[in-house]
Design a protein around this ligand. Structure first.
Ligand SMILES: *Cc1c(COP(=O)(O)O)cnc(C)c1O
Length: 377
């Protein structure tokens, strides 16, 4: 491999992404499709490379949040089916058609509009209907009979799928997931009673897959987090253990700009938030909150330096983070530290970082900044 000459970068393992995809594949079995979610730049693993990797492994569908993300995949030559989950605005409709993206339709008005567009075209446009079974966000709340009428009236667009999304899948103390499932089953049964049987039925993101809530698998699942190697913990007395074995695919690194010895009593960074209690060897690392190092890790977070966990001292600033490396092996400017990932025996994953920052692992991954480079192996 060529030497990496970046200040701050992530290394993404294509092999690990593929292994995680296959772990989901083999758990759900051959009769259930797997639609990896690559929205938000594949949780910052790089949507195009992740899409290339997973389609090469057999993924026939990918899901993104918006039309722009779908267009990015198409322009990179991705030909898999692409589901747009986060709705589309009227100005995005031409791109939806030009790039053959498949929308989730969230309302009957939208379904009529979409059909009008389809009428003007040669090729049939497929869509999936999103049902709000209790998430209380996007998705139609109309009853099945109303939806069925709208589907029938939409003679040009092709009704291909129906889906819903869970609000509390990780919480086994809450009845919400079972309530949503019952609501969804009733909806689908009513549609079937009216002669409408979509080819594709999908409800589950990572959690219901990883905790084997098979009743919620439909015939396609939509994992995001699991593809990147994460399964959030389930809560509740009856919470089962996860049955999915996946591992993080990303290491996030930054170089040391300067190593300095501070006398006891010295203050570090904005606000003098840290005071050295002892003579302290400090490294200034070339990544700050503009790169995605959460500001709440100020005086609280850790990085891995020389294979050992080392505390962040002082405020995380925009472009730099200061770290206490007194107890680490010798390090010099130009050496890299690990902001997230594994180095020697030390591990720092997005969940651990999220806990220190008081947020969720998703937001740590998605927060990896724009100027952080990507390297794939
Ligand atoms: C983001 C998203 C997913 C993927 O969720 P994970 O928890 O990352 O697996 C699935 N479905 C919808 C509708 C989403 O918005």
């Amino acid at each position: 491999m060529v030497p990496i000459t970046y200040r701050c970068w992530v290394e993404v393992s294509r092999r690990q992404l593929a292994d995680n995809y296959h772990a989901v594949r083999s758990l759900v079995g051959p009769d259930i499709g797997v639609m990896p979610v690559v929205k938000a730049d594949a949780y910052r693993h790089g949507a195009v490379e992740v899409a290339r990797t997973l389609t090469a492994e057999g993924a026939e569908w990918l899901a993104v949040s918006n039309v722009e993300e779908g267009v990015t995949l198409r322009q990179a030559g991705i030909t898999a089916r692409v589901l747009i989950m986060g709705d589309f605005l009227s100005f995005e409709r031409p791109a939806l058609i030009d790039y053959e993206l498949t929308p989730l339709v969230h309302s009957l008005t939208q379904l009529r509009d979409f059909d009008r567009m389809a009428a003007a075209l040669e090729k049939p446009l497929a869509y999936h209907v999103a049902v709000d079974t209790g998430m209380g966000r996007l998705g139609t709340r109309e009853d099945a009979a109303e939806v069925a009428v709208a589907i029938r009236n939409a003679r040009h667009a092709r009704f291909e799928g129906v889906m819903t999304h869970f609000a509390s899948a990780a919480n086994y103390d809450s009845p919400q997931t079972e309530d949503q499932l019952s609501c969804f089953d009733r909806f689908c049964a009513a549609l079937a009673g009216l002669g409408l049987r979509p080819e594709i039925v999908h409800l589950s993101s990572t959690i219901p897959v990883a905790y084997a809530r098979r009743r919620a698998w439909g015939n396609m699942v939509r994992p995001g987090h699991a593809i990147y190697g994460y399964v959030s913990p389930a809560r509740g007395n009856d919470a089962p253990r996860p049955v999915l074995d996946v591992k993080p695919a990303l290491n996030w690194k930054a170089r040391i700009l300067e190593v300095k010895d501070l006398p006891a009593g010295a203050l570090v960074g904005y606000g003098g938030m840290f005071r050295a209690e002892r003579p302290t060897r400090m490294a200034v690392v070339a990544a700050g909150y503009a790169d995605g190092v959460h500001h709440r890790l100020s005086n609280k977070g850790r990085v891995i330096a020389g294979g050992k966990l080392a505390p962040i001292i002082g405020a995380v600033s925009m472009d730099m983070t200061t770290v206490d490396i007194t107890d680490c092996p010798p390090l010099k400017p130009g050496d890299a530290v690990t902001l997230l990932g594994r180095e020697g025996n030390a591990v720092l994953d997005a969940r651990q970082i999220a806990r220190m920052a008081g947020t969720i692992s998703y937001s740590i991954l998605c927060g990896i900044g724009q100027r952080v480079k990507h390297v794939y192996s």
